[in-house]
Design a protein around this ligand. Sequence first.
Ligand code: ADP
Length: 469
Amino acid sequence: MTIFVGGLLLLLWLLQIVFLDDFYKRIKINEIQSAGNRIAKYIDNNQIGTLMENIAQDKEFCIVLATEEGEVIYSEQVLSNCTIHHMSYKDYYSFAEKARRNGGTDLQRIPYMVVTSNGGMENNLLKRAPMRLSKKMESVIYTQLIPRENGSHYVLMINGFISPVNATVETIRKQLIYVTFIMLTMAFVLALFIAKKVAQPIEKINNTAKKLATGIGDIHFEGKGYKEIAELSSTLTYAATELAKAENLRQELIANVSHDLRTPLTLITGYAEVMRDLPGENTPENTQIIIDEAKRLTNLVNDMLDLSKLQAGTVQLSEITFNLTESTRRIMSRYAALTEQEGYHITFAYDEEVNVKADELRLSQVLYNLINNAINYTGDDKKVIVRQVVHDGKVRIEVIDTGEGIEEESLPYIWDRYYKVDKTHKRATVGTGLGLSIVRTILESHGAEYGVISSNGVGSTFWFTLPQA
Ligand code: ADP
């Protein structure tokens, strides 16, 4: 900040103090030359007198227009002590001669000469006046030869003064000292302010971010200051919380998976050992337990694979238009054995045949999962109802059971991976905790609406809707 302000100030000093004199002189000389050119351009105009007068008054120049022989045609004396109205005929000739040799123009810069004689005969170019030198001012005499129709030339002389800018420079120098002081102080204050408002919060955020990398504990970013920095802080805090959540999920997942795998494995090993060591235990029931547990393992592994494939988006939906009623009926028929052997009442209620456009295989997976859950959790009356309702161009499938229902506080979580309402009694039911998560992923990839209506003691209704095809 200070370097930047210092640079600006240096530029100011150079322009205002060091080069000001040069700039000023160059501008003044340019003005004189362009005045000469304008007069030369309009020399034949009958308004030339007015033009010369205007230029002289405006720019404070003395102007003389004469013939080569020294006869003054026009003279404008704005400055009482100008050089060209007080010089000798010889000087006049020498200026004209120099211009001729120079190709038509000549510019002389001579130290200012104060005329001490009385100014009664200013118009007389032949008069030679006694002069006194003053080092500080410069008199600029510009001579230009302007061609005439008769082959000879007009001699135009313009005289302007360059007054010393020392006084001005001195004033500016004093001002610049103040400006330098004020600017540097302001730069310092501003730098402090920026450091406090921007740099410090960013440093804080940076330090917290380093902690984030090591992944310890509850991380809260505290960068305040500008709105953007505060926003960055809260975004990072949010990211840290999400990361922590993911980490928790990962740990829970490992715990769940290993638990789910270990229990059937222990059972299988246990029963197999008993059957090997005690011949009397080699019964069909025990073999069945081993088979059941092995199936459970297979189901768990399949579910896990399914879910990870679905969630990684590697499974492409192959949507076709099919008869959903027909498809549901087919699924229901698979439960016939269950109905016969174990006394379940599984019914399908529908009014009409409905077509939908969806991935049939995935949708049947949804139905299986919902019906399996309903069977697992339904009440003592062993009733499960699947209902199809068509309304407003949409088909709604409901899977209803009469079980304990789900407590309200658990409702938002049942769709999460590995979520089981009663975590302490995993063996009580046969679930893996993945079923509803698979259901959710499939329904969401279809853009379907879904949900559950459940109240404790009454039972649950899991539902989803799809547009009719
Ligand atoms: P699980 O394999 O344990 O059934 P899900 O993801 O299918 O896993 O279900 C998650 C949890 O939601 C279940 O553990 C259970 O507590 C609850 N749940 C699911 N369906 C029902 C239902 N029909 N009645 C009561 N609770 C249910």
